[in-house]
Design a protein around this ligand. Sequence first.
Ligand code: HSE
Length: 291
Amino acid sequence: MLKIRVPATSGNLGPGFDTIGMAFELYNDISFELIPSGLNIDILGEGASEIPRRENNKVFQAAKKVFDKVNFSPSGLKIILENNIPIARGLGSSASIIVGGMVAANELSGKRLSDQEILKMAVEMEGHPDNVAPALFGGVTAAVSGISSVDYLKILPPRKLHAIVAIPDFQLSTETARQVIPTMVDRSDAVFNIGRTSLMIGALLKEDLALFGKMMEDRLHQPYRMSLIPGMREVFSLAKEAGALSVAISGAGPTLIAFVVGDGRPVAEAMSKAFTQQEISCKTLDLYPDL
Ligand code: HSE
């Protein structure tokens, strides 16, 4: 049986809407085995009671895109998903499933597609590259979808940097969280985000973590999503008071992510306290440098 491990990811990182993403040491494991006939899907962990086990399963659909592309017809397929990434919380569960299904299918069918081809197909299926790129390559990625390819840059995260994620106990679909964002933006807001995204990447390359934290503000999506995440304003302000370098919505939310250097416990406690009305779980995640 072939097992593929895919990391959780956080998209956007504040200003890098649909572009910047980061991988963590939290994983889904996706196993594939060729069997004589049929489709047999077993799901353990997160989403075990809600994820379909038939042809409409996302891992299978992702795998099928690869099989169709390389003209490979498996006689039958057994899939086991061991899910540790919470579903619809802004931690890249969808990207991990798409990337895992495509990489596993590519391995089973003779590894005929390059990473670049897998990336392009995964972006087409997910709709934006900020989660699938770090899910495939690890680290921090900046990725842009072009007509014929997806251009990306991977940066190894500074070792001193840690993330604290506060994960509320409710799901927020990316579709819903995208509907609240205006389709037109003010020039001043575009400039605000372009400047911060550029400096954030430069700060990571230079390991200037104070500058990295300072550049995580956003005007393109976070202000509009605040209404979907009760307590967000308080979490941002208490986490910063407790020493966080920066705080952002993880992906489309509802998880909020803070970055720290050193002991993250005061920030984790502050985030839990600020999310008053809800059950939340706070985790410290190590950044995942490589595959
Ligand atoms: N960039 C995406 C968004 C990430 O913010 O909608 C969610 O998948």
